[in-house]
Design a protein around this ligand. Structure first.
Ligand SMILES: CC(C)(COP(=O)(O)OP(=O)(O)OC[C@H]1O[C@@H](n2cnc3c(N)ncnc32)[C@H](O)[C@@H]1OP(=O)(O)O)[C@@H](O)C(=O)NCCC(=O)NCCS
Length: 165
């Protein structure tokens, strides 16, 4: 039975989403290191972001609530917000967690009166771009040479936007 298999593979039931606070800083930093970004966040930087009034942070946890499997953070300015980072744990990807987390985050932002969410994404990041398109984000700009790459070259960023509400 598919549903029984799924439950057995997920002790505690299906994953849950919820807000993050400074107590999650170390787990967020560890996840950020799995994101493949050129500039890494350390736990102190994460703690600073998690207590910032203008930052909204949500996480997705294992069903028993013990393990943080992914996070997303956005910074608010008036009725707009910008995604600072979103990462799902490497071994948990392609299970719908990223999409579920982003939907919960969009709901959270809507409750705070945010009308538009922006983000930048490396034009070569096909997984993230596919996820964002699926969630209704559209391309509104492009920044040449925005991201430094390991080989010394630079990659362009796509700027994407989704209206909320
Ligand atoms: C981008 C990321 C958050 C996606 O998380 P995820 O939990 O794997 O995504 P989901 O399983 O919810 O996927 C939702 C949809 O996104 C698209 N998608 C996700 N990963 C994909 C991949 N590797 N290739 C193509 N499409 C992909 C698909 O449309 C997918 O739906 P489907 O599985 O039904 O086809 C994850 O790959 C990640 O953490 N990457 C590293 C960090 C990163 O690049 N963050 C974004 C920075 S801008």
């Amino acid at each position: 039975m598919d549903w029984l298999d799924a439950l057995l593979r997920r002790p505690g039931g299906p994953p849950r989403t919820g807000p993050l606070d400074a107590s999650h800083a170390a787990a967020v930093a560890a996840l950020h290191h799995q994101g493949g970004f050129a500039r890494l966040w350390d736990p102190a930087e994460c703690a600073g972001l998690l207590v910032e009034r203008a930052v909204v942070a949500d996480g997705v946890f294992s069903g028993d609530g013990t393990a943080l499997k992914g996070f997303v953070m956005s910074r608010l300015a008036a009725d707009e917000a910008e995604v600072l980072s979103v990462v799902i744990a490497r071994q948990a990807r392609r299970n719908g967690l990223g999409a579920g987390l982003m939907r919960a985050h969009l709901d959270q932002l809507a409750r705070r009166g945010i009308a538009r969410l922006f983000l930048e994404v490396d034009e070569g990041n096909t997984a993230a771009i596919a996820l964002y398109r699926r969630l209704g984000f559209g391309e509104v700009g492009r920044r040449e040479g925005y991201y430094p790459k390991a080989d010394g070259s630079r990659a362009a960023a796509l700027v994407m936007r989704r209206d909320i509400g």
